[in-house]
Design a protein around this ligand. Structure first.
Ligand code: ATP
Length: 250
């Protein structure tokens, strides 16, 4: 992955000769105790693609992301990442293999500075701090002004950006982000959109989101979930831009 985001062409994608699949989910059933949350969910993501998962509260979107990251174990089905079955692997191993999860809760290490938060991610990913900082600053130059501030003092939007930056430290291949624009002011949503646009093609992404304008700007593919199932898949750009069609599912 390039160190300076947005200043180079997406080499990862250009190097790829085909549209190979990075993630394939087959017939996933997941339950919390006796309460089933996912029913035979199947979907796939191509290398370099940005896909969105939309649907009402309780549709199973977070459950899907948590199952991919290894935080939840499926009852049945497969999660195949880069051709290998990963369901059942511990979350730390899945993260080291390149799948990074930015959870909905926007949790940072509040008593540590922004720089220390990035340092911890760099340490965890085995990347030198300077390189990690370069990468995060390249993605969002304004973060230079916050490096010495305690992360607990950041606004919701700044936290979200820090968390996306942290997720990009090391060599991530697939980012899973749960509702990145939730509760953010319009100007911060613009910043998050710009960051994710710069990342597009460099890293594959699966993003859970309810904000259709945001989906429209970034999506290569949209999955609509309803009551624990995948109701529809839309991969055609002109169909994705007509987000009125999606409103009935939110
Ligand atoms: P939201 O945007 O509200 O988080 P979602 O589409 O992400 O919605 P999930 O959070 O995945 O939906 O929830 C799917 C189903 O699983 C819901 O019926 C929810 O009540 C249930 N559920 C989620 N987390 C738990 C849990 N920890 N224990 C029991 N049931 C849960």
């Amino acid at each position: 992955m390039p160190r300076e985001w947005g200043r180079q062409k997406p080499t990862r994608v250009m190097e790829m000769s085909d549209n190979s699949t990075i993630l394939e989910i087959k017939n996933l059933d997941v339950a919390y105790g006796h309460a089933k949350a996912l029913y035979a969910v199947s979907l796939s993501l191509k290398q370099g693609e940005t896909s969105f998962v939309i649907g009402r509260n309780g549709a199973g979107k977070t459950t899907l992301l948590k199952t991919i990251t290894g935080l939840l174990k499926p009852l049945n089905g497969s999660v195949i990442y880069e051709g290998r079955e990963i369901s059942g692997s511990p979350p730390e191993k899945i993260s080291l293999d390149g799948i990074r999860y930015v959870a909905q809760e926007k949790k940072v290490f509040g008593n540590l500075t922004v720089k220390e938060n990035i340092e911890l991610a760099a340490y965890g990913a085995g990347e030198p701090l300077e390189r990690a900082l370069d990468k995060v600053i390249g993605l969002y130059p304004k973060i230079r002004n916050f490096l010495k501030i305690k992360a607990g003092q950041l606004s919701g939007g700044q936290r979200q950006i820090l968390l996306i930056g942290r997720a990009l430290v090391g060599e991530p291949k697939l980012l899973l982000i749960d509702e990145p624009t939730e509760g953010l002011a319009a100007n911060v949503i613009e910043d998050v959109t710009a960051i994710l646009s710069r990342m597009k093609g460099h890293v594959s992404a699966m993003i859970v989101e309810q904000n259709l304008a945001f989906v429209n700007q970034l999506a290569d593919r949209v999955y609509i979930m309803k009551e624990g199932k995948v109701e529809r898949e839309i991969a055609d750009r002109s169909a994705i831009s007509d987000t009125r069609e999606f409103e009935q599912y939110l």
